[in-house]
Each structure stands twice: as C-alpha cells, then as structure tokens.
Design a protein around this ligand. Structure first.
Ligand code: SF4
Length: 282
C-alpha cells in the first residue's frame, strides 16, 4: 500500500492496484506511472489547436496523449482515453514509445513546421514522469515543449516539470469551488495555485469551456477575467483567455450547444479586463 502525492485525491493504492485516475499504480510499495510511455493518440497539430494563440503562431506541434485522468467532467471530449473505468482497455490498445523514440519522431517532423512536443489529449500530469523525461530530451534536441492540462496537481509535480516546459494551456473551468467539486470532481483551489505558479515561469494561456446553465453567467466571466487580470506573465504581458463553446457529448447530452452569441457576449465581458480573449469552437 502506498499513497500517491500527485493530486488532491491522495489515493491510497494497494499493491498491484491502480489509483482513481487509472494511470498510477502501486508496485513494490511505491506509486509509479502505470501509463509511462503508453501512447494512445498522436497527431501533428497546429499550435492554435492546443489552444495557444500567442506562442509560435502558425507553427505545428507533435501532440501525444496517453490515458487516464483525475477529474470526472461529464462532458469530456476525450472520455475514450480519460475515464479510468476503461483503463484496462486503454492499456491494451496503447503503444509503448520511449522518450528517445518520441523525440526522434518529433525531430523528423521539423521540416513540416514542427516546433516540438505537446503532452495533451488525456491529463498528462497523472503520468508526469514521462512528460519530464521526454521533455528534457526534447529540450536537449533544441525543441519546445507544451503541456495541456487541467492544472489539478500538487506544486511539487509542477516544479519537476517547469524547467522543461515552454508553454501551457491550463483549464480554468469555472470560478466556484462547488462547480469544480460537484460537477467535475476537481479542486478549484489546487488549480488556482497551479496557475499562479506556472505563469511565473512559463508562457501560459487559459481555457474556460462554457456550459449552458452551469458556468455561463456574465457575473462568473467577470470574476474569471478579474482573477486573470491580476496574474503576471513571464514577459510582463497579460495572460490570454480562450472562451470555448460546449457541445453535448458523453454524459452531458441534456442541453444544447452553447449559443455562439453567448460566447461573443462573454468575450466582450472578459475583454473589459483582459487584452487577449479568444472565442473557441465557434
Ligand atoms: S494522480 Fe491519480 S492516483 Fe494520484 S492521487 Fe490523483 S487520482 Fe489518485
């Protein structure tokens, strides 16, 4: 039995079993990344798809995902690789790619505009050791590293990664602890601490997915943008915010997509306090 120190859940994992996220296991009395190097998805994506609009615009980035997640967003777009109830199947379908092999692959795409690696699709922090080891090699090869994350991890995990990560897109899914706790199975407090530490050392852009009837009020967007306006980026500029449209899927099919007009209104609200605000999925 061992206790995992990666996220707020602090799972106690019995020998040979996996934690809540489906990605970490107890082996020989220690918690390890059971998904280390196990890749389920890979694509050469435009950097704007991460989304990152102010980090090497127009470039591409080799994007990889493994499996597992520590949250339970009912509208997850990547539930086929994130929800741990299917971890046994993910593991069978994933392919092992060593850190060296992934860096070699990324280097091979340089002539196609690739600037490096993005760790994305599932929650990368539940297997942060692979991110750390691979990103270090990628830096040594002169490439950039991007992390796309829910930001729900202990600062000790972030500190291990920060030397090797050049840019992050972090979800700020809403601005109430009850929304995080009750709908997403997350921790807003842990996410805010993560964001505040990350912006000090790394290019950060934030994303809020707007769910009709949940986090779509103008008042909530005003509070989100006020919080972001108080953050200081590494280069002294403001932190960009992506406000994204929801589409019904997975366990949340009881409501329509977010209206485009609603997204435009919320972009207007956020733009009162922020310089860089982008509408997503419109
Ligand atoms: S990272 Fe996974 S195993 Fe570790 S505490 Fe969080 S949910 Fe549990």
């Amino acid at each position: 039995m061992a206790r995992c120190g990666v996220c707020f859940r602090h799972c106690e994992i019995a020998e040979g079993r996996i934690g809540f996220c489906g990605a970490r296991a107890c082996r020989d009395g220690e918690v390890v990344a059971d998904n280390y190097g196990l890749i389920t998805s890979i694509a050469l994506d435009p950097i704007e798809k991460k989304p990152l609009n102010r980090f090497f615009p127009g470039s591409r980035v080799l994007s990889v995902g493994s499996y597992g997640c520590n949250l339970r967003c009912p509208f997850c777009q990547n539930h086929d690789i994130s929800w741990s109830e299917r971890a046994f199947r993910f593991k069978e379908e994933a392919q092992y790619v060593s850190p060296d092999a992934l860096v070699e692959l990324a280097l091979g795409y340089r002539s196609s505009g690739n600037i490096g690696l993005a760790f994305t699709y599932n929650e990368p922090l539940v297997g942060y050791e692979y991110v750390r080891d691979t990103a270090k090699l990628s830096h040594e090869a002169g490439m950039k590293n991007v992390l796309v994350t829910n930001g729900t991890a202990e600062l000790s995990v972030l500190e291990e990664l920060l030397p090797w990560i050049d840019a992050m897109n972090i979800d700020l899914k809403g601005f109430s602890e009850s929304y995080y706790n009750e709908l997403l199975g997350g921790s807003m407090d842990m996410t805010l601490r993560f964001i505040e530490r990350a912006v000090a050392d790394c290019h950060v852009e934030l994303t809020t997915l707007v769910i009709p009837g949940e986090n779509d009020s103008e008042e909530e967007m005003d509070r989100i943008s006020g919080y972001i306006a108080g953050l200081k980026g590494t280069d002294g500029t403001e932190i960009p915010l992506h406000i994204s449209r929801f589409f019904p899927r997975f366990h949340m099919t009881d409501r329509p997509p977010t209206e485009v007009e609603k997204i435009r209104r919320l972009v207007g609200i956020a733009s009162r306090k922020l310089k860089y605000v982008y509408a997503g999925n419109v």
